[in-house]
Design a protein around this ligand. Sequence first.
Ligand SMILES: Nc1ncnc2c1ncn2[C@@H]1O[C@H](COP(=O)(O)OP(=O)(O)OP(=O)(O)O)[C@@H](O)[C@H]1O
Ligand SMILES: Nc1ncnc2c1ncn2[C@@H]1O[C@H](COP(=O)(O)OP(=O)(O)OP(=O)(O)O)[C@@H](O)[C@H]1O
Ligand SMILES: [Mg+2]
Ligand SMILES: [Mg+2]
Lengths: 266, 266
Amino acid sequence: AVKTVAVINQKGGVGKTTSVANLGAAIAMRGPDVCLMDIDPQAHLSLHYGLEPDETTATIFDVLAEESTLPNATKMLTPNLWLLPSTTDLAAAESTLAGHTQRNHLLQKSLTAQSLPHDFILIDCPPSLGLLTLNALVAADDVLIPLQPHFLALQGLAKLLETIQLVQQRVNPRLRVLGVLLCMYESVTKLGKDVVQEVRDFFEAARGTNTPYADARIFQTVIRRNIRLAECPSYGKTIFEYDARSNGATDYNALAGEFLACYGKT
Amino acid sequence: AVKTVAVINQKGGVGKTTSVANLGAAIAMRGPDVCLMDIDPQAHLSLHYGLEPDETTATIFDVLAEESTLPNATKMLTPNLWLLPSTTDLAAAESTLAGHTQRNHLLQKSLTAQSLPHDFILIDCPPSLGLLTLNALVAADDVLIPLQPHFLALQGLAKLLETIQLVQQRVNPRLRVLGVLLCMYESVTKLGKDVVQEVRDFFEAARGTNTPYADARIFQTVIRRNIRLAECPSYGKTIFEYDARSNGATDYNALAGEFLACYGKT
Ligand SMILES: Nc1ncnc2c1ncn2[C@@H]1O[C@H](COP(=O)(O)OP(=O)(O)OP(=O)(O)O)[C@@H](O)[C@H]1O
Ligand SMILES: Nc1ncnc2c1ncn2[C@@H]1O[C@H](COP(=O)(O)OP(=O)(O)OP(=O)(O)O)[C@@H](O)[C@H]1O
Ligand SMILES: [Mg+2]
Ligand SMILES: [Mg+2]
């Protein structure tokens, strides 16, 4: 059965898009079939793969508006890597879809409408806890939380975990937090170490509780700050295509191994 | 008359909050009376100043819901620096206020309801182009756009300028773009130079046109990447209180001089 992982953090600029783009590619390189979904109106994941949807392209907007289906709108990038593109028109979705009675279940409905050929689905979310992110939480099995080890980025974590718990209790009982991924990590800063300790303490205290984050971890793999990760999207390439020997490529490849191990795969 | 400047960029994590917090303080240090407004549900600007609103505190949410007024909800930090705090409850504002007939004009109405004692108002916006950011665009005289010199951050600029032009044409004819502020700048990267050149070319091409960005500039002052800027919010301090000799303090102080010169002040 397909595993759907929502990559979420309402704090902006913490590495969500960069992680979906490069972790997705790294998993696909090891064999599994991966579908990347861009549900951010900025459409940066689509851009990262060099896709700029035009009028004729079906996007996530058409799927949520029930005018297209997932298989119809999903593009094949390589034989086992797929992308459901976004569009800046999606910004209007919050208001156009807000009146729909099942507005938070639209993505879930499209996912369950037919059986999908993928092993993993990774969803790139916008920096907010609004309608689009709620759709991802309702549809997902697991949540991966990219975090920049900065004070402001840490502040939203409790609110995010609270929101995840609400969705798990009311709508999606299988939802759980897979873990926190440290991005743009600079090991020399004391700030980085302090933030990591706070997150570690938080999860230790949650062990054995009845929360969706009781088994959450901080991934051992840390994504180091590496300018090559910021350069590759301007060429429409993943870090592996752009600079396979960079720290960015090493880190996201190591993360793919650790991610797959969570599901008993290699 | 008070000058209201909205600090906006729908791209997340580009330095909006850090700029409002530190530019605001730097302007106040030179004499003018400054009010900082936090309209982001993350409430990071409030946090940056060590304020965590509780149930009893009036916030921007009460002002927009017309249950409180600006003078009532604004807190004095120093004799000429004020803060209108936000709250995470503001996240619900998008849906609770969405039905209001003048939903995009609520901030404007609260600003014009009485004469305010301030010389400048700086508004920290969330990373989106939704209801809260539209309220800031309707209420503002000028827009300051923080930009991280990265490819993904550059992509949203055209969409942001398009939105500003729409608001100027339909609702707020006085709205104009003051300029783009380069944040987290690392001079050694080629990516930084390329992005700067693209923005410069864009504004050169707009000279003499009838757009709100025809006179926009890239601020000569560049905010260099400086870990002290990421550390100071954890102490509830501005960069000037935390480390007055850091690059961050030097850069935001220089920016205050350049900002005030735009208004014929020193
Ligand atoms: N490890 C890294 N080292 C250096 N730069 C990085 C790294 N990860 C991401 N970046 C860059 O930092 C910026 C923010 O990353 P990204 O856009 O992936 O974050 P995001 O959480 O998706 O942002 P948003 O909240 O706007 O969706 C981008 O310009 C990206 O290229
Ligand atoms: N010049 C700088 N050098 C180093 N770190 C910085 C700098 N400016 C901001 N930061 C840090 O980078 C992160 C992003 O900055 P900030 O939160 O101000 O951006 P933002 O645009 O307000 O984000 P959001 O879109 O989430 O509101 C924060 O952790 C901040 O402390
Ligand atoms: Mg993103
Ligand atoms: Mg902010």
